[in-house]
Design a protein around this ligand. Sequence first.
Ligand code: F0G
Length: 373
Amino acid sequence: MNRYTGIIEHYRERLPIAAGTRIIAMCEGNTPLIRLENIPALTGRQVEIYVKYEGLNPTGSFKDRGMTMAVTQAYAEGSRAIICASTGNTSASAAAYAARAGMTAFVLIPAGKIALGKLAQAMMQGAVVIQIKGNFDDGMRLVKEVAQAAPVTIVNSINPFRLQGQKTAAFEIIDQLGRAPDYHCLPVGNAGNISAYWIGYSEYAGKYAGSCNFCDGTCKFQQPAVVSTRPKLLGYQASGAAPFLRGAMVDDPETIATAIRIGRPQSWELAWNASRESGGWFDEFTDADILAAQKLLAEKEGIFCEPASAIAIAGALRDIANGKIAEQSVVVCTLTGHGLKDPDTAIKQSTKPLLQIDAELSQVKKAILDNIS
Ligand code: F0G
């Protein structure tokens, strides 16, 4: 049987997990790389834009790639409790993998500042949810301190197994495209993901990609390819939480994209290195830019991502328009989390009226005729 079970089995030879280890997995990874069909035409330039839809992971974000690794390793080392600070997605993922492993998850979240869906996930999946009167950066500091004194394993991205798992997204993109993209756009918060992509692209560069676990390598999606290039990594931040643009840590970060409401990124050096080595850059976007991109993607392509993820689209479009992204390029944007994570923000910014009518044919007909375009 060739059932896909997750990134650890699929990329086993490239991941530091010992043989015979109990794998805590739930088919994470193997997410679609969707080519945008309508938005590129709006740019007036010749570019191919793809989105890596990480919102389709088991808990609705890219965190699952790292969490399967971190929890598998923590369990193997005999740990029975994990802990993280989170803006929401890490806590949802930690709760899920801990539940599956039979471990306890402690999650520290900024009170009142995480999206509703993420809170529901952590609560439903049995995590001990600790709301703090502070932000993510305060939570991170406390987690590091408490892990010195209590028998808990940190599963934030300072745990190196997290980045190892997350690097597999770069492998998948190359396997799916048959080459590396020219530019890779992604949101930057705690800066683990941009660092993980760089590890992944670097490991695959110069090597053969595309060997298929499911067939003899002859299926049309898995043509072996020699990968000789790495993309420029473009890291985008919310203006109110943009330490990479300021060149220094930021106190009191603020943005509607609560997932990236972070002022003190833990992977500061790694991310700078990834950006510089790749020849990429950082840029910043207002909350209005972020929401506009989220809406554009939903309305023009039918793809619903959370606000933080949409910054990748905002960035790609700006850099295509200003020519920093060259014509004829292949661009990949990571959509880090599903739109359903944050229904409040989506509903608040929706401009379409919610119609309400009597349950009568004539009124349904009228509603159709009034609104047909
Ligand atoms: N997009 C989403 C949806 C996220 O949840 C995060 C981070 C990021 C982007 C940024 O990724 O931190 O690797 O630079 N969320 C973390 C959390 C901090 O706690 O869920 P990063």
